[in-house]
Structures are given as C-alpha cells and as structure tokens.
Design a protein around this ligand. Structure first.
Ligand code: ADP
Length: 809
C-alpha cells in the first residue's frame, strides 16, 4: 500500500503541471562544470543553461533534484527523477534507463595530484591513497588499471568529484580520480594539477527512466543534435563559459606574469605620460624654434649688409635685399654659386670654389677675403667676405652662409692714402733739397749786400769804387727780391690762392716791350735778339691775364739769356686757331732729354745739380707752367744739348672769365714819375731804413714829410696835425700796430689817405688793411712805380694808372 502511494505520488508528480507547465525532474550532482550546486545553493552548469533553452522552447518546468551521483542513479531507478545526466553506458544501467542516441560528451578519467606531488605516471601510484567517486565509471576503470599493473594502493570513495578534490587538496589522499571535464574546470581552484595519467575514454549521455518518457528522450536527442553541430549553440558557448571561459583564450599564466603585467602596464602608462609630456615640450620648443627662425630670417632679410646662403651642390638658397640692392642681382639671376661667380667676378674669377669646398669638409672653418665684384650695372666694387658653415638643410645638404661688407670706399681711401703718403714723402724730400738750394740762393745775394755794404764803409774809397759796390748791392737786392717773389708766387699757386685778372692785352706791345727791355742785356753778351709779331698791332689783342703772360715771357727770355753764351735769342708767336702759340728760342746750352720734363716740376728743379752753377732758384719754369695752365694753355720744350732750346706755350685768345678794367701795362718807366707836389706825408715805420727809403722816393712829391715809430705816435701826430694828407702805415709796429692805429685814426679823421705797408706780401694782407680803414695797400720792398700810382690815384688825375692800381693793389 505504502509502495503504491509512493508510486502514485511520483506518477502524480511526473504528470504534475505547475502553472500549465509540465514538470520534469532532473538528477543533479556535483559534476562541475556540467552541473553543480553553487555556493548560493543554485544548480548551475552548462547542462542547466542548455536545458533552460529546451525548457523555454517547450514550455516545460525543469526541477533539479540534488544529491550524490550514486543517489542520482538510485533516484532514477526509483522513478524519483525523470532525467539523469552524464551517464556512461553500462548494460546494468541500460536495464533501468533509456539512453539518448547522441552522447553529451566523450570524457575520460584523469588522475589529479597536488602541485607539489611527484606522481608523474601510473607506477608512481604504488602505495598511494587514491580518492574516487562512488559508483563512478572512472573509479571502476582506475581500479581495473591498477590491478592490471599489479600496483598496490588504497582507494577512498567519496560522493562527488568535489569531495575527491578536497581530499587531494587537503593532502588526505595522494591523488584523486575525476573525469577530465571536472578536472579541467576545477583543478586550478583546488591548486591541483593533472598527473598525466589519463584512461578510459567514454561517452556520457542524458538518460530518462526506462520506457517512461519517449517524447522527452526524443526532445533531448533532437536538441543535442542541434547543439553539438553548432559552435554558437547554448550547449557549446555555455560549456566554454563554465569550463575555461573561452577555450581560445585559455592562457597559462605563470605567477610572475601578473606582476610583470602590472609592471608593464605601469611602465606603459609612464611611457605614455612621458610621450605626451615630450610631445608637449617638443611642440613648445618647435614653436620657439619657428619663432626664432622667423626672427632670424627677418633679420637676415633686413640686415644692412649682404648675406647669401648656399648649399654644397652649389644652389643659392637665398640672398637678402641688401645683396640685391648693392649688386643688382636677384635670386633668379644667380640660382647657383657658379652663376654668381660668373657674373660677379667675370674673367677675374678668384679660386673661391676651392675654399668653399674646404668649408664643407672642415665644418668649423671660416673663410674670409676681399674680392672685386662686378655689379649688374658694370661697376667694380670691393667686398670683404666672411663665409662659415651653417649646418644642414632640411634635405641633408650642408649649408654655407656668406656675409659681405662693401669696402670699396675704404680701399679707395687706402690707395689715396698710400699715394698721398708717397707724394708727401717725395715732396718732403724735394722740399728739403729745395730749401738747401734756396738757402744757397738767398745767402749768395745776402753775401753780396752785406759784404759790399761793409766795404762801402771804407773811408779811402773813390767814387767809382763806391758806385761799383752800390751797383753790386743793388743787383744782389734785386736778385733776392726775385727769389722771394718766386717763393710767394709758388706758395700762392700751391695753396690755390693765385688769382686771375683777365683783361684785353696787346701781345705785340708786350713782346716789343720785353724785346726793348732785354735787348741791352742780350747784346752785352754779343748775341743777337730778334722778335716776331706776325699780327698787325690792332689785331694782336687777346683776353688774358696779361701780368701772368708777361711774367712767363720775361722768365723765358731771362732763362734764354742766362743759359746762352753765343748765337741768338728769338721771341714771338703764331696764331693757331683759337690759340696763340708763343715761343722763346735760344742757341744756348740745351737741356738733356731726361731733364726736359723735370724742369717744369715744382721743387724738382732744385735737386738737379746745375753744372754751370748759374743763379736761379729753379722755380721760374714751374711758376710759368702753372700760369700757362691757369690761362688754359700748354707748355713744352724742344731742346738739344749744345744746340739750344725752344720753349713753347699756348694761351687761348679769349679767356672767358670775368672781365675787369682794361688798362695798359705797356707804360714806359719814365711816365711813372708823378707830377703831384706839396703833399704833407706821415711815415709810420719802426724800421729806419724803410722810412728812409720811403722819404727818398717821395721827396719830389711832398712839401713836408714826418716820421713816427709806432701806431700810438701816428694817431697822436695826426690828431695834432689835421693837415696831414697821407699816412704810410707799417702794419707791424711796437706798442700799437698799424691796423689798430688806423682804426683809432679813423675815429676822428675820415678823409686822410692811409696806405698800409707790409713786408709779408701774402694774400689777406690787403683785405685786413681795408677792413681796418686803410684806403690802399703797398707791399715791401716798395716799388717806385707802384708808389707813384698810389700818389696819382689819390691826388692826381691819371685815370689809366688809377684803374691799374685798383686791379693791382
Ligand atoms: P732757374 O731759376 O734755375 O733758371 P727755371 O725754373 O727757370 O729755374 O729753370 C729750371 C732749369 O731749367 C734751369 O735750372 C736750367 O737747368 C733749365 N733751363 C731753363 N731754361 C733753359 C734754357 N733756355 N736753356 C737751357 N736750360 C734751361
């Protein structure tokens, strides 16, 4: 009855429906990962996941009845459950269960041991304690195997595989037998390893209670067919999940791997941080570099000196604006260094390329040098280059920077300076020689003057001797005066102060005058003197500085007389177009060819030793040549030794300069005696001789002549004697000089005629005297003719003389 009731309950349960769902009881036991009871009490595993699909699809309700494997078998025998899982086939089991036709899995038995165990093969199981699951086919098989190998060992039976692993992990046994799926899934959790002893592969199946659920059996069969052949089926994916996670990604990770991984991750993070920081720094630095590059390139472009950057293959990378400005070449004109050299150096190419090549070779070297450079407009300038390596271009080519400085002006100055220095040295030497000669020239007449003046003191001299001595003194004086005049003239020429005085002049009259003047002297030497004036008198008028023309002709005639002893002297001119060509020919000693140029040079003359030792400072021809050149003409000589010389010079017929008063120089000496009489004259002069000379010269023209020795006395005298007509005021006097005295005098007497007299004979004296209040000016030694002109000017009516004086003083 009781048995009947139990069967009834189970039948009822078997056909029991919950919420319209048929309930199916499944035997569950710990068979990880296929099916097991988790710590939360839930039955899990990949069988559960797969069966859930059937559950949902077929609207069934699966209930898991948990127990040991053995209990499971007992329950299905007793129809307490409908389905049993993981059942290996045995004939005995087939008596109470129907097996699915398709196995769930093929599994095998495997012996697991503790990690530290030395069991490596079946023989190692000798005398060991081995845990197995009760009624497990693997337990049967290992026992059979052990027996076959005649190994002695002890078996400990447990209810499920978990308990088996527990015993092994807690070292209560030496090894444990489980099937491979459980071992693979759980060995790591228990800290166990496979011993490598595997045996007896066999299939395991779903089973249902014999002859009770054919429809359920079919359902399971169909589902298994579907699942097993589809890799994405719930059966396969869930098995992967519970067994090993994804099979593909099962990785053996040694203990150090985790630490290494962490370390690697930290290093990676640090590396990433470092890279980010580095990138940031690089971008900041790049920006800075770009900015400074921009600044640099702006500076290069705007630099006030020429800059070129060129590469080792000859390409000119850039030139700045100054380069183009100074040379006229743009980058298009000189794309390569050879183009630049071609244009800038033309035929005079320096060996710059070799030097530049060396620069590329020796990275730190610098190259500098001065080169002549042709600009695009053909000008030649001098550039001082400095070239140096400039690192590499983006494409790796080495670069050179060349900076230049335009030193053309400095170069010119240097050349000029050298020339000036040479000239100064030369002129210094010449001047020294000139001075030595000059000293001789001055000493000679001085000797004559002083010597014969001394002789004159002799009381027993007769009048003939006295006259002779006086003549010698006179001649020496004239000679000295000539020398001094020459020095003053050459100084004026040298300093550019010689003035021009252009007037109409009758050259016939000038030549005739010179002829008349020198005729006695020439004839005294038993020589003939001729002149040639081809133009009629009224046509022989040219516009020139007649004083200078006169001086040149006179000088040439004087030389001709001086350097000739026989034969003749001929003076004249011919008209050649717009010029008059004058000549003075003699048959004298002649001039050596190599001296014919030198005789015209200022100061050069003096260093030519004059074999004939004729008197002369050697300045006459230099002055004459300078005069002729000032007048716009040329001067040359044709001469042969011992045959004679002909000096030629030309002057333009019309010298287009400011015309001044026309006057005549062709006055005879006799006409110069002024007819003015009865003048009251004061001579202010500290030098007694000069005062005496003046008084003698003025004797005929004055009624009364008085003397004072300084400016102060002169002012006082005039103040006390308002009837004084004229004062000859020496500028250099003690106490009060002539300029100051004149100024004082003018304060109370505006009408009195004051003529300043100076011995300096320099430019500026006249202006200074006029400025002080003088009417006129006369230079010492006083020339009688000039003195008479002055008298006439202020007290007479001879207009020609007056005019001439205006120009001459
Ligand atoms: P100097 O006062 O010495 O005559 P010049 O300058 O007039 O100076 O002449 C320079 C030199 O030229 C003379 O020293 C002389 O050697 C030479 N010379 C000038 N004129 C003649 C000439 N007519 N015949 C030969 N030599 C002359």
């Amino acid at each position: 009855m009781k048995r009947f009731l139990i069967v009834l309950i189970y039948v009822l349960l078997a056909t029991h429906y919950v919420d319209g769902q048929e309930v199916v009881r499944i035997g569950a036991f710990n068979h990880y990962p296929a099916i097991f009871k988790d710590v939360d009490g839930e039955i899990k595993g990949f069988y559960v996941d797969a069966l859930r699909e059937i559950e949902l699809k077929e609207n069934l309700k699966f209930i898991y009845v948990f127990g040991s494997w053995n209990e499971g078998l007992e329950r299905i025998k007793n129809e307490e459950i409908d389905i049993m899982v993981s059942v290996a086939y045995t004939e005995e089991r087939a008596t109470y269960m129907d097996y699915c036709s398709s196995p769930l899995l093929t599994v095998w038995g495997e012996v697991y041991v503790d990690d530290s165990s030395d069991i490596d093969g079946i023989q190692d199981l000798q005398d060991k304690r081995i845990a197995v699951m009760k009624e497990d086919i693997n337990a049967w098989c290992i026992k059979d195997l052990i027996r076959k190998f005649s190994i002695d060992c002890t078996f400990v039976e447990e209810d499920d595989f978990d308990q088996v692993f527990n015993l092994v992990a807690s070292s209560k046994v030496d090894a444990g037998v489980v099937n491979n799926t459980f071992g693979a899934g759980k060995s790591r959790e228990y800290g166990l390893r496979s011993s490598g002893i595997v045996f007896h592969p066999f299939d395991i199946f779903f089973t249902v209670k014999k002859n009770t659920h054919p429809d359920l059996l079919e359902l399971l069969n169909n589902s298994l067919q579907d699942w097993k052949y589809k890799s994405t089926s719930v059966f396969n994916t869930s098995r992967q999940k519970w067994s090993h996670g994804k099979v593909d990604s099962i990785q053996v990770s040694p203990s150090w791997l985790k630490e290494t991984t962490v370390l690697v991750i930290i290093v990676l993070i640090l590396l990433i941080l470092f890279i980010v920081l580095l990138r940031f720094k690089i971008s900041v630095a790049t920006r800075k570099v770009k900015k400074s590059e921009e600044k640099l390139s702006r500076a290069l472009i705007a630099a006030p000196f020429p800059i070129m950057i060129h590469a080792e293959d000859g390409e000119v990378i850039s030139i700045n604006e100054t380069w183009t400005e100074l040379t006229g070449y743009s980058l298009e004109d000189i794309p390569t260094f050879s183009d630049w050299k071609e244009r800038a150096f033309r035929q005079e190419r320096p060996n710059g390329k070799r030097h530049i090549d060396e620069l590329y070779l020796f990275n730190s070297k610098m190259e500098e040098g001065e080169y002549k450079v042709f600009t695009s407009w053909g000008e030649k300038v001098v550039w001082d280059f400095i070239s140096a390596p400039l690192g590499s271009f983006e494409d790796g080519r080495k670069l050179i920077i060349s900076i230049a400085k335009d030193v053309t002006e400095r170069k010119l100055n240097e050349v000029e300076l050298i020339q000036a220095k040479e000239k100064a040295e030369k002129s210094d030497a010449l001047k020294s020689a000139f001075l030595a000669n000059m000293s001789h020239e001055i000493r000679t007449p001085m000797n004559g003057i002083l010597g014969f003046a001394d002789l004159l003191k002799e009381p027993q001299l007769n009048s003939e001797e006295q006259q002779k001595y006086i003549q010698i003194i006179e001649k020496s004086g004239v000679r000295m005066l000539n020398i001094i005049n020459d020095i003053i003239d050459i100084s004026k020429i040298e300093s550019g102060l010689m003035e021009m005085n252009i007037k109409e002049s009758n050259i016939n009259k000038q030549i005739e005058y010179i002829y008349t003047f020198f005729k006695p002297e020439v004839e005294a030497k038993n020589m003939r003197f001729t002149f040639n004036t081809p133009l009629p008198l009224e046509e022989a008028i040219i516009k020139t500085d007649r004083e200078k023309l006169f001086a040149v002709l006179t000088n040439l005639v004087k030389n001709a007389i001086k350097y000739s002893e026989k034969g003749f002297i001929d003076i004249g001119y011919v008209k050649t177009g717009k010029h008059m060509e004058f000549y003075v020919k003699d048959t004298g000693i002649g001039i050596e060819k190599d001296r014919q140029q030198a005789i015209f040079k200022r100061f050069v003359q003096a260093d030519i030793s004059d074999k004939e030792a004729r008197q002369g400072a050697g300045l006459g021809l230099a002055i004459s040549k300078a005069y002729v050149e000032m007048l716009g003409g040329k001067f040359w000589v044709e001469s042969e030794i011992d045959k004679g010389s002909t000096f030629y010079f030309t002057v333009p017929c019309e010298l287009e300069l400011k015309e001044t008063t026309i006057a005549s120089t062709e006055l005879a000496d006799g006409e110069l005696d002024s007819q003015i009489r009865n003048l009251n004259i004061l001579v202010a002069e500290d030098n007694e001789e000069s005062a005496l000379l003046l008084s003698i010269l003025l004797k005929r023209n004055c009624d009364k002549i008085s003397y004072v020795k300084n400016g102060y006395e002169a002012v006082e005298f005039c103040h006390n004697n308002p009837d004084v007509d004229m004062v000859f005021m020496d500028v250099k006097m003690p106490q009060m000089d002539g300029y100051e005295a004149t100024q004082k005098l003018r304060q109370f007497n505006k009408d009195i005629v004051i003529i300043s007299q100076t011995a300096f004979g320099l430019a500026g004296d006249k202006e200074k005297a006029i400025e002080a209040g003088c009417n006129g000016y006369i230079s010492k030694p006083i020339n009688k003719r000039e003195l008479m002109i002055l008298i006439e000017r202020y007290f007479g009516h001879k207009k020609e003389l007056h005019s001439e004086l205006v120009e001459n003083d």
